[in-house]
Write a protein that binds this ligand. Structure first.
Ligand code: HEC
Ligand code: HEC
Length: 341
């Protein structure tokens, strides 16, 4: 599968900054070469009929086998497009891995913890028989027809012989989710606004580069473009307290060398998408950061360095996109036990 090409075992190269003596310009120039900024969706993208259709499909609880689960049931506003439950519950009552945020998810070369979905459309079509609980993909078609979607599909896919299809369900959801982008203070700073980051956040950015986080969490999403072993210097579960030991990519490939490989997660909005890791085993960002330094880099960081790293990651929090909400007339309720904020 294409996305397995993302796996890298090679030594992780990183650019380092001289300790203590970096100027504001040096820090920005280095950061620009390692990361990159993101922009919000335009009105035109948001109001594209395909994106509007995708928005309705995303929030509509009726489009599942039990009539109670929408995409948004595990990807809701309260947790910035992810789920506060360590494991989500699908329409068959089954437990999943930790739900990742859908914000910026469409810009990665392989989706999910194992990068095993090549596109947002493929991911959405897979959800029909996965999270949404239908026996076959086509089983969603009569349900969409019953709830009046035929016309909206015709409008979104004009001139096609069969506008309402499983493929177009996938396409509309991908196009909607492409609009879920969240520029943050970090982007303002990258683009030249010195005051957008506090002194502590800038120190945290320096640490992020010098400690070596950037070796894996790089690019404009600070992750998402490679698979890496979770637990390079030590077993991850000794630190996370995980009870189910997940073998990662090896589950898909059967190869011993793929054991414990996971996609490096995006860190955009990370301060809002707790709990952390594929099994949701850690609730707190500072603890997750401490674990990362220990198990990925073999380093024990002092309290100050950890606080600065967390402050930097807080600068990656953007605003919830204006169209990340159930459209008028579409029924959506948060799952049981999740409180409205
Ligand atoms: C029952 C909860 C649940 C529902 C319902 C659900 N998801 Fe997810 N979603 C998850 C979980 C859990 C993951 C991580 C799965 C994995 O990696 O194996 C995920 C992963 C994703 C990702 C990948 C994010 C990334 O960073 O790679 C996208 C995109 C996504 N879901 C979109 C959707 C869409 C669209 C729907 C509706 C068609 C949907 N989800 C329905 C729980 C859910
Ligand atoms: C060798 C590669 C590598 C390095 C270096 C690395 N990480 Fe990670 N990071 C990963 C992988 C892989 C995961 C996913 C682990 C899993 O399966 O849950 C991850 C997960 C995370 C998470 C949890 C994300 C989520 O959505 O749950 C955070 C936060 C994080 N890393 C921050 C950092 C910080 C801060 C540093 C530097 C101290 C760092 N990482 C260094 C590869 C790396």
């Amino acid at each position: 599968m294409k996305s397995f090409g993302l796996k890298t075992l090679a030594a992780i190269a990183t650019l380092s900054l001289a300790a203590g003596s970096v100027t504001a310009n040096e820090l920005r120039t280095t950061a620009k070469s390692l990361f990159g900024s993101v922009t919000a969706a335009s009105k035109k993208e948001i109001n594209d009929p395909k994106a509007l259709l995708g928005q309705a499909l995303f929030w509509d609880m009726r489009l599942s086998s039990n009539g109670k689960v929408a995409c948004a049931s595990c990807h809701y506003q309260e947790n910035w497009g992810s789920d506060e439950r360590p494991r989500s519950i699908n329409a068959r009552g089954g437990r999943t891995l930790q739900s990742q945020t859908v914000f910026h998810s469409q810009d990665t070369p392989g989706l999910r913890w194992l990068a095993d979905r090549a596109s947002g459309a493929a991911q959405a079509m897979g959800s029909i028989t996965g999270s949404m609980g239908f026996a076959k993909r086509e089983d969603i078609l009569p349900v969409m027809e019953k709830f009046g979607y035929v016309e909206q599909f015709q409008k979104a896919f004009p001139g096609e012989a069969t506008p309402m299809s499983v493929e177009n369900y996938g396409k509309a959801l991908e196009i909607y989710q492409r609009t879920l982008r969240t520029p943050a203070p970090f982007d303002k700073w990258l683009n030249g606004d010195d005051k957008a980051l506090t002194a502590v956040q800038k120190k945290g950015l320096e640490n992020f580069i010098n400690v070596g986080c950037v070796g894996c969490h790089r690019g404009s999403l600070l992750g998402g473009d490679m698979l890496q072993r979770f637990g390079i210097a030590d077993n991850y579960w000794s630190h996370t307290g995980s009870t189910d030991i997940d073998s990662g990519l090896m589950k898909n490939t059967g190869k011993e060398e793929d054991r414990f490989f996971f996609r490096v997660p995006l860190l955009r909005n990370i301060a809002k998408t707790q709990p952390y890791f594929h099994d949701g085993s850690v609730a707190d960002l500072k603890k997750a950061t401490d674990i990362m330094a220990k198990v990925q880099l073999g380093q024990t960081l002092d309290d100050n360095t950890l606080n600065e790293l967390v402050a930097f990651m807080e600068s990656l929090t953007g605003n919830i996109p204006v169209n990340f909400v159930a459209p008028a007339g579409i029924p959506f309720e948060l799952p049981e036990g999740v409180k409205k904020k």
